[in-house]
Every structure is written in C-alpha cells, then in structure tokens.
Design a protein around this ligand. Sequence first.
Ligand code: ADP
Ligand code: MG
Length: 249
Amino acid sequence: MKTIGVVNQKGGVGKTTTAINLAAYLAAGGRRVLLLDMDPQGNATSGLGLRGATEGLYEALGEPGRVAEWTCTTDQAGLDVLPATPDLAGAGVELAEDPDALTRLLASVKGYDLVLIDAPPSLGPLTVNVLAAADALLIPLQAEYYALEGLAGMMETVERIQGGLNPRLKVLGVALTMFDGRTNLAQEVETMVRQHFGELVFWSVIPRNVKLSEAPSFAKPINAFAPLSSGAAAYKRLAEEVMQRVEKI
Ligand code: ADP
Ligand code: MG
C-alpha cells in the first residue's frame, strides 16, 4: 500500500479536484483506492456524494483499529472514502501535539493498493500529519504569477519534514492545474516551472474545464460525469503517470 498526499498550502489550486478525479481514475484502472478527506471543509466527501456522513476520519484518528467501520463505499467500484465531518475542524488542536496520529491510523488501514489524502489549505497540524504519514506528495500548482514562490516554500517544508518527522517522504510530482493555454502568463509559468523542477513536473497538464467544476455538485467524479471532457482526458493521463511513478517508490 502506498500513500499519496495531495498537498499545497494554498487554497483553490485544485487539490480536492485532483484528489477526487485521480482517485476515480486509479480505481477505474483496477486499483483498490481509499480517499482520505483530511480537510474539515469536506469537499472531497461531498464531491463523492457522502455529504451526510456524521462520523469518519475524526473518529478513526481516535480509534484506528475501528477504521473499517467509518470507511464508506462510493458509486465508483474500487473507490472508498474515509469522510471528513465538522468534528475534524477541532482536531487541529489535538493533532498539534500529535504529528503521528495519521501515521498510526494508516497502519490499521488494510485492503487498499493506494491511499490518497486530500489535505487542507494550510501548513497547520492536519497537513503536518499528512506530511508525516505520506510516502509521497502530489503538489497541484495553479499556473499563476506567484506559483513558483509558493512551490519553493512548499519544497522547503518538505525538506524540513524529511529531516525529522518523515525521512522517507518523496515528492511524486507537481501537476499544473486550471491551465488556460490561451494566456501567455500560463505558458510562461509552465516554462519556468519545468525549467526549475524538471522531471518532477508531470507531463499531463490539467486544463481549465467547466465540467471539472460542475461535477462535484452532481456528486460524481469526472469519469462518471463527463468522460469525454478535456478535464476527464487530462486526469486519466495524470493517473497513468502517477501509476508509473508510484511503482518506482
Ligand atoms: P483546493 O482543494 O486546492 O482548494 P479545489 O479543487 O477545490 O481546490 O478547486 C477550487 C475551485 O476551482 C473549485 O470550485 C473547483 O471546482 C474549481 N476547479 C478546480 N480545478 C478546475 C479546473 N481544472 N477547471 C475548472 N475549475 C476547476
Ligand atoms: Mg480542497
């Protein structure tokens, strides 16, 4: 079992969209996938139709041995979710003293090939738990002016975690998201990011595509909502790249 954290300290860069749709395509490709919703906003949970969950990840952090009881199936074969509930917002206080809580939880998770974690938009205790527990990180990056600075800051954080809490942590890759190829800025940012980070940057670029933003309100991943859209094609390709890279870690 490999655990991939979808992490970026910025909000609105496509973490949740990437976590949901990547998880869906990895499951469609035959992997047994668990999506763990570590963001108290619960967007991954509601985006997969589990808005009504009253218990989930928060409870499982307290009693890892019972994690299967709080794990929910979805309409997608092979894709389960450990949902976020409003209680998770309060977990930050408890987890501040306990960076290994998620690591202990994952030790009790059985029966999956891949665990994907949707992280919240901060570097608070919930995200630190993700960084401590993950084998590798996928960093979604929106192609905008400050993207490189944000990414440099993220890489410094990764190095700090590698030097302490989680020496085996790797960066699986950086995925450009919400890409609008009609603008010069987006193309310039892509060029700069590829110059600086080389092969770390996935070849698959996720375009800005309205279907990707509509799918969550229908509680479906993009492969079920609009399989012929440009967004679907891009996440399918990204999932293939992710699988190739995961096999090497
Ligand atoms: P994060 O989890 O990093 O905060 P989200 O995945 O929730 O980011 O994305 C922020 C917003 O942008 C959401 O409304 C989402 O539907 C939308 N969005 C994300 N990716 C795309 C895309 N490729 N094309 C169009 N809209 C997108
Ligand atoms: Mg999110």
